[in-house]
Write a protein that binds this ligand. Sequence first.
Ligand code: FAD
Ligand code: SF4
Length: 499
Amino acid sequence: MMDVKDRSEDNQRELLEELRSHEKLTPKQRRAIEPQPMPEQPPEVRRHNIQEVPLGLSATAAMIEAYRCIDCKKAPCVSGCPVGIDIPGFIRRIQKGDFKGAIQVIRETNCLPAVTGRVCPQEVQCQAKCTVGKVHKDVSMAVSIGRLERFVADWERDNKQFEKPETAPSTGKRVAVVGSGPAGLTVAGDLVRLGHGVTVFEAFHKPGGVLVYGIPEFRLPKESIVQKEVDLLETLGVCFEMNVVIGQTITIDELLEEEGFDAVFVATGAGLPYFLGLPGEELIGVYSGNEYLTRANLMRGYGFPETDTPMVPSKNVAVFGGGNVAMDSARTALRLGAENVYLVYRRSREEMPARNEEIHHAEEEGVQFMLLNNPVRFHGSDEGRLKAVELLQMELGEADASGRRRPVPVEDSNFKVEIDTAIISIGNGPNPLVPATTPGLETSPKGNIIADRDSAKTSKRGVFAGGDIVLGAATVILAMGEGRRAARAIDEYLKTGKW
Ligand code: FAD
Ligand code: SF4
């Protein structure tokens, strides 16, 4: 007897055959096709492992999903993509089963498709503009552009279809890239193709930036996805120098004046965690989201004792914040064995900045949301260990400058929750080391490097900057877009010497 999975696969194949039998489908017929669901690990299973949660579309499901695209003339989805991928162009190829052609279209503008297909907030970018979603008046009915992008990127990797791009003859020029996150990797890939020598300097022992130290394995596999992208850059000739802290090991001026680099691109990201500034924040058991995630991800604390980095076992964990870092921290704490994980957020669910998918996954996995609550102090034991957090209830008032309703304290509503671990995930600022050690490099009052948005030029000749260090904590695709624009400007500078 055919089991449920077989039957649904059979149904999908039948549906695909039927769609193919039509010489031409009308937009109405295309819009009537149901969105193809993403298979996932069940919540009760995945909360005990670190493997990826969504499993990826099958080839049949991807082709059916591609049939949902009505190939709009003006393609509003493209204007929603920060790197302007030819979205209908790659979807048309998937529909025909030409997966190789599809990934080639994506790679024209996006050098990390397996990453962006997984972590881009498509629901507020390309998919938010998709005509199909607009007609249904429901963004969840938009064509699943991100899932399709991920599908062809995985297909390319699994079938070893990647073609090494051609590189221009050597120009003899050398560029130093500081930081190996998405901005640094993109600029390195583009410049090496243009024939320039590129060395990426990274403070950590592994390249990838937030892709390896922040975003957890269950959302973005490290070895099979991020490291593969880095390997590819190495085969193109990019050199990676790990464990080099620019500003301490060597300065930007030394790179330019003594080490023979012709230009520098600074992509050091926003890795400086903000704290709440509350009494008791110094207690043992209080972490920043960045430290917690770095220990768990980059240092592979989830594998202790097989791996070297211990993570203190937690029973009751409170995570403070409502963004992606908070969701990642809470879901990681569950996977590390916590019995209760509370997510404390001072506004309501509607104002949460995290992606809907992450909020939904966290809830499914058992994270307990404590909305409209704000911490006021942490309480500790005589030995200085965290024992509890005192919370104050909030209600929503008028909208503030961000357009979100302002949380207002409810008087005398304080109460305590017993916890042994607190993870503060309320945002990150720019790392101050490079600006502090580079005379002539101008920064904003918040400490971000000031750089021209088109040319990435800073106030210092030969020094370019982009990604989160310029934008503030933003997104992977925006950081990549910055890297791409910077590569063009650096190439121009190296060729003409004009500043
Ligand atoms: P980064 O990725 O921060 O990389 C900067 C690199 O520079 C780091 O490796 C750092 O070690 C290195 N560095 C810093 N100082 C020095 C120095 N002095 N010398 C040498 N190296 C140095 N965005 C999304 O689009 N989707 C998501 O789902 C998402 N989830 C996120 C989850 C978390 C936990 C975090 C923290 C961020 C998330 N983001 C997400 C944001 C996104 O990851 C960042 O916007 C993006 O990584 C910025 O890229 P970048 O290259 O500018 O910097
Ligand atoms: Fe296809 Fe939607 Fe883009 Fe139109 S807006 S081309 S339907 S993905």
